[in-house]
Each structure stands twice: as C-alpha cells, then as structure tokens.
Ligand binder design. Structure first.
Ligand code: PLP
Length: 454
C-alpha cells in the first residue's frame, strides 16, 4: 500500500515531520497522504490520486482548494504590502477595513476586533482579556472559565484547558480554574425516560449549581460552540442556549460563542449564534474567516466587553498583548475577499446544498449500525454503533471509525473519524453531483466495514 523506498514521499514525510493528532501505527502501515494541490473540493496527492475532501480540509476550506479570486486577492496584497504588524499605533489599511467589515457582519451593533493567527490563540487572547478586565475592575478573583465536556477550543495551554477532552490529561491539563460542564448531547447523555426538555433543564440546573458552588464573582466567562465540532458535531439539545443565557445574565457572566467552525455560514446562517437565536458577548472566529487561505483568528467583542476593555486599557495605557502577525495585511485582504464571496454567493450555495446533505445523512442513518445521524447546516456526523436499539458502541479495539475513514481514503474520499462517529463538513462549492458522489462512496465504505466487524 505505501511506498517504503527511503526516498519516497511517504518515507521522507515520516522521517522528518513530527505528526500531531495522527495515529502513528496506522501511518507506519498505510503511509502519509502527501498532497500537491486541489481542484474545487478535491485534493490530489503526489501519485496523482484524487480525493473528494468531505471535511473541507479541517472545516475551513469553504471555497474549495483553488478559488481564483482568493488567490488573486492574496497576490495583489503581496505585491502591494506583503506584511505588517498591528503594534504601536500602526496597522495596515486592510486591517482597518476588515475590522469594520467584521463588526458589520457580526450580530453586534458595534464592537471591536483583535486578531490572532489561529482559533487557539483567539481563545487564549479572550481569556487574557477577561483576566485583564477582572484585575483592572477590582475583581482579581474573577478568573474561572466554564466550558463543556466534549467542547473543543484549541491546543495552546489555555485553549487546551478549555477543551473538554480527556486526551489533554497527557499534558497534565486542564489548568486549575477551567471547569467542564455537561455536554448537551441528548441522544448519548439523556437518561432513561428523560425528555429532551428535561435534559436541557438538567444542564441548566447544573450550571446554576456550579455557579452557586464556585461563586459567581469567581467566573470570568462561559464559552461554548453553538454546535460542538471536534467533539463529534453535536448540536445543542432543544432550548439549550435559551435555558442557559438568562442564568449567565443573572449572574453577570459573559457568554462567549466559539464560532471557529460555525462562523461564516456553516450552519446555514452567517453565525451559529444566529441559527440558535442567542446573543453572545463576544465571538471567537477563525477557519472560514479566510476560507482557510491564511492562518488567522479573531476575537470579535460586542459593545459591553469592548467598552470595558477599552476603558481598562486606557487606564494603564495599553493592552499588553499581540502577535507579530496579528492583523497581517495579506490575511486581512484574503478575509475581506472571503467574506465578500460568502455574502455574494457562497452562503446561498451552502444553503441550497443543505436539504441534499440532510437527506444523505438521513438515508445512511437507516443502516443497522448507524445509531444517530446529527448535525446542522453543512456539518454532520454519523455515529457507528454495535447495537442500534441499546446505542451500544463497538468495542474500541475494532477502531471502527478509523477503519471507515481509511476505507473511504482507499475509495478516494476523505472524511474524519471522531470517537465512533464519521464527520462530514463539505466545502460550500461542492456541486450536487459531487455531494452525491460523497454519500455514495461513504455508503460503500460503511457497508464494507460493517460487514467486516458486525
Ligand atoms: C471551535 C474551535 N475553537 C478553536 C479551535 C482551534 O483553532 P486552531 O486549530 O486554529 O488553533 C478549533 C479548531 O478546530 C475549533 O473547532
């Protein structure tokens, strides 16, 4: 299967690159897929094999892999002004225009934007902002961050502490003061005889209890993805945000929407918080912000937090934080183009695909070994189970979702295993025919693997 010659791409990749989030025994056996370029939603490897990427890279390449206008925007900006920072009272004109645009397209009537290079850094930046605010407002104890089990917020020390996944124990994380509340996945965590409304009420009560136990004035924020992404594509249970937002408001705790995946159309609206009808105090953005054509993240602050941070910063003269490439002019020019494309066509394209996407998921959900099909907009997951009636998962040693993903790769389809689920998150530029191809390839891979393991 893999080319073992020492000068093969596979061997060179493995000899010199240190891999993250990669199952190393599988890579030793199968070899790395080394890619050279993309065409629309397809990527092509060094051997000329084509793969339909059902995950749009890592949820981000919404405009596909060869959008000429994004490449042209990058080229034009590289020719004009290839790089600058946003320190010491200087920033590029592109940065000014992007902040203006982001506030315009945000749910906020006004606000301010701070740039990073990634979603993880945006979450770290947010936490530093809140800690800074606590200290400057005479509440230095207000430092705790509430997130949820299975929430994913990144990999830097703070954002990994926010992430509610057990694998961070290998780093001795989370840090103290990062508390993970219940995951709003009714299908998996609802108890016998509990209605979805009762389940939501139970999570809201848990939040009340945690606030009472910890003290409201020790909590800096509650941070949540509108739809959990890397936790397995988990939409909130019915009425979830409507139940928790008033509790947070009552206790003066900001609600932050981590829209790194859900921002810019993924759920069918510009923002996941719009889809789920709640108003956050700030939004964390990345990924589709530049359609994946530049590493960039942003903290988009609503009116209250931006006013308070501005006041606190003025008091000590500055907010001592920033990255060399914060607000990079090329990234900002690409983001401006990406938002223009989303506003003038890509979002409509995504919306038009949603019924076919939902129908495809619903069709596969009929299989005996698919326990749940879930998702929102153009993000979805299929949960593999050994027993549909009891929701019993397959034995972990079978690595079912990895097998499915590997079988898909062999059939020219890239999709991602997450726990025992398979995740789909197509580019908005996928045509209906390509989406049909995606589901057909996935169905044949599922049939093959379930025949092997069931
Ligand atoms: C919701 C969410 N927040 C934060 C991050 C971290 O972003 P990055 O990988 O750019 O650091 C991710 C990445 O997948 C994410 O899905």
């Amino acid at each position: 299967m893999r080319d073992n010659a020492p000068n093969s791409w596979e061997s060179r990749a493995e000899t010199y690159s240190f891999y993250g989030f990669t199952d190393l025994p599988t890579i030793h056996k199968r070899g790395t897929v080394v890619l050279t370029h993309g065409e629309g939603p397809y990527v092509i490897d060094v051997h000329g094999r084509r793969y339909l990427d059902a995950n749009a890279g890592l949820w981000n390449m919404v405009a596909g892999f060869d959008h000429p206008e994004l490449a042209a925007a990058a080229k034009a900006q590289y020719d004009r002004f290839p790089g600058y920072h946003a320190f010491f009272g200087r920033m590029s004109d592109q940065t000014v225009m992007l902040s203006e645009k982001l506030i315009e397209v945000s749910p906020f009537e006004r606000g301010k934007v701070f740039y990073t290079n990634s979603g993880s850094e945006a979450n770290d930046t947010l936490v530093k902002m809140l800690w800074f605010l606590g200290i400057s407002e005479g509440q230095p104890q207000r430092r705790k961050i509430l997130t949820r089990i299975n929430g994913y917020h990144g990999v830097t020390v703070v954002s990994a502490s926010m992430t509610g996944k057990p694998y961070n124990a290998v780093f001795g994380l989370p840090l103290d003061g990062f508390l993970h509340l219940g995951c709003p996945h009714y299908w998996r965590f609802g108890t016998e005889g509990e209605s979805e409304e009762q389940f939501t009420a139970r999570l809201a009560q848990e939040l009340e209890d945690v606030i009472a136990r910890e003290g409201a004035d020790t909590i800096a924020a509650f941070v949540a993805e509108p739809v959990m992404g890397a936790g397995g594509v988990i939409p909130p249970s019915k009425g979830y945000f409507q139940a928790i937002q008033p509790i947070l408001k009552k206790h003066g705790i900001p609600l932050i929407a981590d829209e790194v995946i859900t921002g810019f159309g993924r759920t069918g609206e510009m923002w996941g918080s719009v889809t789920y009808d709640f108003m956050p105090d700030a939004i964390i953005s990345s990924k589709a912000l530049t359609a994946g054509y530049f590493p960039m993240g942003a903290v988009i602050l609503g009116p209250d937090l931006s006013d308070r941070l501005q006041a606190a910063s003025e008091e000590i003269e500055e907010f001592p934080h920033g990255f060399t490439a914060s607000g990079h002019p090329v990234g900002c020019a690409i983001a401006l183009k990406s938002i223009e494309l989303i506003e003038t066509g890509l979002l409509d394209q995504a919306r038009a695909l949603i019924p076919q996407f939902e129908a495809g998921l619903a069709h596969l959900a009929q299989m005996d070994n698919i326990g749940e099909a879930r998702g929102k907009g153009l993000m979805g997951a299929l949960e593999a189970v050994k027993d549909k009636a009891t929701k019993t998962p397959f034995d972990g040693s079978l690595s079912v979702s990895e097998r499915i993903a590997n079988t898909c790769t062999d059939h020219g389809l890239i999709c991602r295993p997450l726990g025992q689920a398979i995740v789909l998150c197509p580019a908005f530029v996928m045509t209906p025919a390509q989406m049909e191809e995606m589901f057909a390839r996935l169905e044949s891979a599922l049939k093959q693997v379930f025949a092997e393991v069931a």
